[in-house]
Ligand binder design. Structure first.
Ligand SMILES: NC(=O)C1=CN([C@@H]2O[C@H](COP(=O)(O)OP(=O)(O)OC[C@H]3O[C@@H](n4cnc5c(N)ncnc54)[C@H](OP(=O)(O)O)[C@@H]3O)[C@@H](O)[C@H]2O)C=CC1
Ligand SMILES: N[C@@H](CC=O)C(=O)O
Ligand code: NA
Length: 385
């Protein structure tokens, strides 16, 4: 094994995981510094225990090898033992676990991964937006193992530099006044189509949701996007990074403690509670409320405004909310967004009158994987690789 390498254990090889593997394996430079030692989905584990197995793995072969592996996917505690054994037999400087799942059990294991001395890189929002008890267990494990690092850039805005920007602002002594943004790619698409800055759209709200569902922009059950909980999770992650907000708004239940406006009409929410979630009938039931959405759009149009579903962290009023807000048609949240773009504005002591804006595609496998691989390189750099 060449020196200057870190071992990378990948959990989750779906859309994002596949792109992470592709970005690493297709670059000789990345392959050299990021050595993939294991791959797993919910069923199988593929171990690359030796130098020759690691050098032979390729984009063409890994899927078949994982599918034909007879090793079942291990529970987190067992994975730790396996990685400790690989680590002691290799010359790598460090081991990083990449969690590309949206699985709670994997997220709950971060304190154990960190206590074992492994770093964690992830686009999975579950751990950092979950209950405060899990978040503080992660912090405690990391503080007692300073070589174990955590990077989570892709949890908010996929590869867009949102978390790194926020951390840099805070670390250099800026004072965060307000963070506000369009944080859901799905809701960005829906509102860009339904309520464009031209103010001339007559398309029905349920029609836009239907197209978004058919194009694969929504979760299988569109109510999971329209609930606003994905935005609430991203707000939880960001607000926990701002000390003044984290102290004043402790969010004990994580995203569930964030004031969140659901776009699913109240009558449908009540029905959902008794009948459960039905992906097939959601859009047709939503159509019964199109007139209400038309009236809402008309109200904004009269003011020359559009509606956008946004996340807001106001450090001055100590408010964290996921809500529907009106913006002038010329505002950057209206005029400069297209497709499933995210945009986030940081108003700070330094960026007081003209906020710092970060904008671009906030979802998709390749841009999410870019954030994950860039985080891996940050771990490698900090571990001296
Ligand atoms: N796609 C996007 O645009 C973005 C995604 N993210 C986040 O990235 C993460 C991955 O998303 P995506 O790739 O789209 O999801 P996918 O559903 O495509 O892939 C999930 C992967 O996780 C595996 N998995 C699930 N549970 C376990 C488990 N217990 N142990 C091991 N593997 C498991 C699945 O295996 P199996 O196939 O066997 O079930 C699958 O390989 C999610 O947390 C998502 O929120 C963040 C930003 C943007
Ligand atoms: N579903 C999310 C993508 C990942 O976080 C979104 O709509 O932005
Ligand atoms: Na990001």
């Amino acid at each position: 094994m060449a020196t200057g390498t870190i071992n990378v254990a990948i959990i989750g090889v779906g859309l994002v995981g596949t792109s992470v593997i592709s970005q690493i394996l297709s670059s000789p430079t990345l392959r050299h510094s990021l050595s993939i030692v294991s791959l797993q989905n919910s069923k199988n584990l593929l171990l690359l225990s030796s130098d020759s197995e690691r050098s032979q793995i390729s984009q063409e072969t890994w899927k078949a090898k994982l599918a034909s592996s007879e090793k079942p996917a291990p529970e987190p505690e067992e994975l730790i033992k396996i990685l400790q054994s690989i680590s002691s037999a290799s010359a790598a400087k460090h081991t990083v676990i990449v969690d590309n799942t949206s699985n709670d059990a994997v997220a709950n294991a971060y304190p154990s991964f960190l206590s074992a001395g492994f770093s964690v890189v992830t686009p999975n929002k579950k751990a950092y937006s979950g209950p405060a008890t899990l978040f503080s267990a992660i912090r405690t494990a990391q503080q007692s193992n300073p070589t174990a690092l955590t990077y989570l850039e892709s949890t908010v805005g996929a590869g867009l530099p949102i978390i790194s920007t926020l951390k840099d602002l805070i670390a250099t002594g800026d004072e965060i006044h307000k963070i506000e943004g369009v944080l859901s790619g799905t809701l960005s698409y829906i509102f860009n189509e339904w309520c464009p800055p031209s103010l001339d759209s007559t398309v029905k709200f349920s029609e836009v949701v239907k197209v978004a569902k058919e194009q694969g922009y929504t979760e299988p059950y569109p109510g999971d996007d329209l609930s606003g909980s994905d935005v609430a999770r991203k707000l939880t992650i960001l607000s926990r990074l701002v000390p003044a907000v984290a102290e004043a708004v402790p969010l004990p239940e994580g995203f569930a403690s964030v004031a969140t406006r659901s776009l699913t009409p109240a009558a449908m929410l009540a029905e959902e509670k008794t009948t459960g979630k039905n992906p097939d009938s959601y859009v047709s039931k939503l159509a019964a409320f199109d007139a209400e959405f038309d009236a809402l759009r008309e109200e904004a149009k009269k003011e020359g405004k559009v509606w956008r579903y946004v996340g807001v962290i106001d450090a001055q009023t100590k408010e964290v909310k996921a809500s529907l807000e009106k913006y002038p048609a010329t505002h950057p949240f209206a005029a400069s967004l297209g497709g499933s773009d995210n945009i986030i504005s940081f108003t700070t002591a330094r960026y007081a009158t003209r906020p710092l804006l970060v904008q671009g595609s906030g979802a998709g496998a390749d841009v999410t994987a870019m954030g994950v691989v860039a985080d891996l390189l940050k771990v490698a750099e900090r571990r001296g690789v």
